[in-house]
Design a binder for this molecule. Structure first.
Ligand code: FES
Ligand code: FES
Length: 950
């Protein structure tokens, strides 16, 4: 049983007086306490976010006497007598309200975690300079990181909120933002996101923003070593001797299974390691107590002795003959293998006119969402409630139930707003610690990860080592591709099986490759688990395959874009799994949409290079992508419930967690049009497992397709039920409003059937078991089939397609790469909300740029946002989005997903542009300046050798 003690009294602080948002306040605090903490915890102004506590992310930006500062770096004693302005007070400034509105109309807030800091920094700028140039805007927000938007819509919104004669064009989306489309006309409109207001006024509740008043804090004790044995000392004495510490929990205190995992068949991760930690950052215990006591706790004082053990630090070490097994039941340290084989690759390669071999390697990439993991839990009788940031409430529910040894119905998951997830918040983080502590203590508990804790313990993008051999005819027709890849999946399985299964299906790219072999392995090492990160391994594969295709095109003397167009899949060519999609294959249209821009950009780059006498060279690169929406050959259902209320409003129970991508808005647009009701009629109920049916996880670009389709079906069903109730035909129209009280009565429904009008007096009708006049529920599961032993079958019902073109400039003396512009074409089937889709694309481009040029995480090093660099506003070029609508016969109103798609082709397009500019290929990604410079020097040496020989 856990070691538990009674609580002790808290200590007080010093009185400090200042003004916040025009109001005088006096706080009781240590003068050294961070201002961000005081604003949030003492004054309840949780609009000020904390992403790092180190001055790196800018999420905590506030105005101090009008100047922007990082509140996490300001000691509260320093603000005595000053005026502090937070996001909650912006509406009262000269420009704040205008900025907030501009952020909404431009779609500049996605998850919203960076939004308060952005708005505050922008307010400071516009208060000084009402007509700033774009460069001034980028400077002003340069210290505020955003991981979702790619900054372009933020910049456009700030420019829009300033005086309009600044000589800079507005973002295209601004003018067309729709607030209130007519009934039945929401799909296709640039509807302002329905959950936008709370993101710009600071009232959005993220994981760390709400907690029961009496909640204890929980802190995990984690391994400082990649692999280590450990022995606890006297835990009871430690609790006794540390006032304020209430309890310590270890593996012995897990009431159910000390094991969880996102794929139950492979579940292997303990809540607490039992005697040996398998990776740095793995938890071995959790301490619960009053927040001040836990903050004062020195981890070095915790009674545990460590014995560092030899670790397997990379794929080679793990696969070496005789290597120690990280999991006894996984021979050769291989978690799982993936395989897709079609035709006779070896024979086709032998017969090919041109064959190219290549190898590429990528590293760990950190998700770097601005909101570190956080939440609280409380025990309510024999149930547990957890409110935390998550992408997958129902999966959390199952795992927490197993950990506590109780039925899933006794677990309630209440997702908060999610400050960026990108795949990592599919896995459990704070939830198991909170559940175990709250269960034993019977008191509410809260846990907030520090940035470092988030980085060391949560999943990463898989490092990949890829080998390829591809062949084509002299006319440029692709004949064969032989692809193999090892993925470093770290110490636990997480999404390793999914990456291994998805990559072989996608490594051909969106092209017809008649002879194909793709083999993958997920390999365990003693490193942080790798999991889901936007694309499940497909972005890594695209880096390899798209560069190989450029090499093949060059070898046969073909234009690189035309090579892709020649080989593009169409509706009737089989994919590498033998699937014929029949309709909705928009890759050719995407590539062709880029053609005029490609020709112009190539000409411009050539002109620049021929006139360049200095160190700068320009290049243009292109890459294509495809991505199957939803799970690979696995059931994937979403269920949506809608209810007609007596007041004529409609409750939409949709469990798709909106992590910033916009599912709250998109799903409502789809449902509204299916029903024929105006958007304003809807009351949205999201996420909470006690009030929404299961809409699956927010991942794999599945929510628009799967939950959207379920919402469409539920809307159509409700429309049918209303018509039936009125005794009207299917062709009748429904008008919401005009109840028994006449036209001004908004509560009723009028059904117009030819010249007959039926008024439904809803208030007189009985309620069903859900409390509605009519309830409509629909489930959609995309039709797929299992893959056979060669990976043949129907892995996905719907694919999204796209192509990116990057224009770059390289400094050959410094090795630096500047991306000048990215032009993209994406086939989204039907653009349900173009502004939100562009937001996904621009955010994906930014992450792809980081992947190509700057991002790599080394476990044990740089576990903060100071050393781990993600793109800031100044790194991101203009992005031109071309939306292709080749409708899916399956998706709602023809729509396909876009979330993962957007990131996939950017990095290979940039890397192809790098080769175009200076003729080198960087085989180890990212192409950081040192690697680019080394490749330039190596190529130079090689040329010298050849010259000497020749
Ligand atoms: S929380 Fe202050 S800069 Fe990140
Ligand atoms: S909207 Fe900027 S971090 Fe999510």
């Amino acid at each position: 049983m856990a070691v538990i003690r009674e609580p002790r009294a808290e200590t007080g602080g010093q009185s400090i007086a200042f003004r916040v948002n025009g109001r005088a306040v006096v706080v009781s605090s240590s003068p050294l306490q961070r201002l961000s903490r005081v604003l949030r915890e003492e004054l309840g102004l949780t609009g000020t976010k904390v992403g790092c506590d180190a001055g790196d992310c800018g999420a905590c930006t506030v105005l101090l006497d009008g100047d922007p500062v990082c509140a996490c770096l300001v000691a509260t004693g320093q603000v005595e007598g000053c005026e502090v302005t937070t996001v909650e007070g912006l509406a009262d400034t000269n420009v704040g309200g205008k900025l907030q509105q501009a952020f909404l109309t431009h779609g500049a807030a996605q998850c919203g975690a960076c939004t308060p800091g952005m708005l505050v920094a922008a307010t400071a700028l516009l208060e000084r300079n009402s007509a700033p140039h774009e460069n001034a805007v980028m400077d002003a927000i340069g210290g505020v990181l955003c991981r979702c938007t790619g900054y372009r819509k933020i910049i456009a919104a700030i420019l829009d909120a300033g005086v309009k004669d600044a000589g800079v064009k507005d973002d295209a989306s601004a003018g067309g933002a729709a607030i209130s489309p007519a009934a039945g006309a929401a799909v296709g409109k640039r509807l302002v996101r329905l959950d936008g207001k709370q993101k710009v006024d600071g009232s959005e509740i993220f994981g760390a923003d709400e907690t029961p008043a009496s909640a204890l804090a929980v802190r995990a004790i984690r391994s400082p070593y990649h692999r280590a044995r450990f022995h606890f000392g006297d835990l009871a004495a430690f609790v006794r001797d540390h006032p304020g510490i209430e309890a310590i929990f270890t593996a012995k205190d897990v009431p159910g299974k000390n094991c969880y995992g996102v794929i139950s068949k492979f579940a292997d991760q303990p809540v607490f390691a039992e005697s040996e930690a398998r990776h740095r950052g793995e938890a071995i215990a959790a301490v619960a107590g009053d927040p001040a006591a836990l903050e004062a706790l020195e981890v070095a004082d915790f009674p545990v002795s460590w014995e560092e053990l030899p670790s397997l630090s990379d794929i080679d070490a793990a696969l070496a003959k005789g290597a120690r097994l990280i999991h006894e039941n996984r021979p050769e340290n291989i978690l799982v293998r993936g395989r897709v084989v079609q035709g006779d690759v070896d024979k086709a390669l032998d017969a090919a006119d041109v064959v190219v071999d290549a190898e590429y390697e990528t590293g760990f990439i950190e998700h770097a969402y601005i909101e570190p993991e956080a939440g609280f839990a409380r025990r309510v009788g024999d149930q547990i409630e957890i409110q935390a940031c998550t992408q997958s409430p129902y999966m959390d529910r199952s795992d927490i139930a197993a950990i506590l040894g109780i039925a899933p119905e006794r677990v309630r998951i209440m997702p908060t707003a999610v400050g960026g997830g990108f795949g990592s918040k599919l896995d459990l983080s704070v939830q198991p610690f909170l559940a175990v502590a709250a269960w034993h203590l019977g008191k509410p508990v809260r846990m907030v990860y520090s940035r470092t804790e988030s980085i060391v313990s949560t999943t990463k993008r898989h490092p990949a080592r890829m080998r390829l051999r591809g062949g084509c005819s002299k006319e440029g027709k692709l004949l064969a591709l032989d692809f193999s890849a090892d993925f470093n999946t770290g110490a636990y399985s997480s999404w390793g099986p999914t990456v291994s299964a998805r990559v072989p299906v996608h490594a051909s790219g969106p092209y017809y490759v008649p002879h194909y072999r793709a083999l993958t392995r997920a390999v365990h090492t003693n490193l942080v688990p790798a999991g889901a990160f936007r694309g499940f391994g497909v972005p890594q594969a695209a880096i390899a395959q798209e560069q190989l295709y450029d090499e093949l095109a060059d070898r046969v003397g073909m234009d690189r874009l035309e090579f892709r167009i020649l080989n593009a899949l169409d509706n009737h060519t089989p994919t590498v799994t033998g699937q014929i999609l029949g309709a909705g294959v928009g890759i050719r249209a995407c590539l062709e949409a880029l053609r005029p821009k490609w020709k112009a950009a190539r000409r411009e780059a050539a002109d620049f290079n021929s006139n360049s006498t200095g160190a700068l060279r320009r290049g243009v690169g292109v890459a294509g992508m495809w991505y199957g929406c939803g799970n690979t050959s696995l059931p994937n259902p979403s269920t949506v419930r809608i209810g007609l209320k007596r007041d004529g409003r409609i409750a939409l129970h949709q469990g798709a967690v909106d992590i910033g991508q916009g599912s709250n808005t998109i799903v409502t647009q789809i449902c509204a049009d299916a029903l024929g009701a105006p958007i304003e009629r809807f009351d949205l109920l999201s996420g909470d497992t006690s009030i929404t049916p299961d809409c699956g996880k927010t991942s794999a670009s599945r929510q628009t397709l799967v939950t959207g389709k379920a919402a469409q079906m539920a809307g159509e069903n409700l429309r049918g039920a209303i018509l039936k109730l009125a005794g009207a035909c299917d062709c009748a129209s429904i008008h919401f409003g005009g109840g028994g009280g006449g036209d001004s009565d908004d509560s009723g429904i009028t059904v117009q059937d030819g010249d007959k009008s039926h008024v439904l007096a809803l208030e007189d009708l009985p309620l069903d078991e859900h409390g509605y006049v009519i309830t409509s529920e629909a489930t959609f599961d995309p039709p797929t089939s299992p893959l056979d032993e060669n990976g043949q079958g129907v892995p996905y019902a719907v694919f999204g397609f796209g192509a990116h073109m990057a224009e770059i400039e390289v400094d050959i003396e410094l090795g630096t790469v500047r991306v000048l512009k990215v032009t993209v074409a994406h086939d989204v089937g039907r653009a349900i909300n173009p502004t939100l889709i562009e937001g996904q694309i621009e955010g994906g481009v930014a992450q792809g740029l980081g992947m190509a040029l700057m991002e790599e995480f080394f476990p044990g090093k740089g576990e903060n946002l100071h050393d781990y660099l993600i793109p800031s506003a100044g790194d991101i070029p203009p992005v031109e989005s071309i939306l292709i609508e080749d409708p899916s016969p399956i998706g709602p109103f023809g729509a396909k997903g876009i979330g993962e798609q957007a990131v996939i082709p950017t990095a290979p397009a940039i890397l192809n542009a790098l080769h175009d500019a200076i003729g080198i290929r960087v085989r180890r990604i990212p192409a950081t300046p040192d690697r680019v410079r080394a490749a330039i020097l190596a190529a130079h040496k090689e040329r010298e050798k050849e010259n000497a020989r020749g």
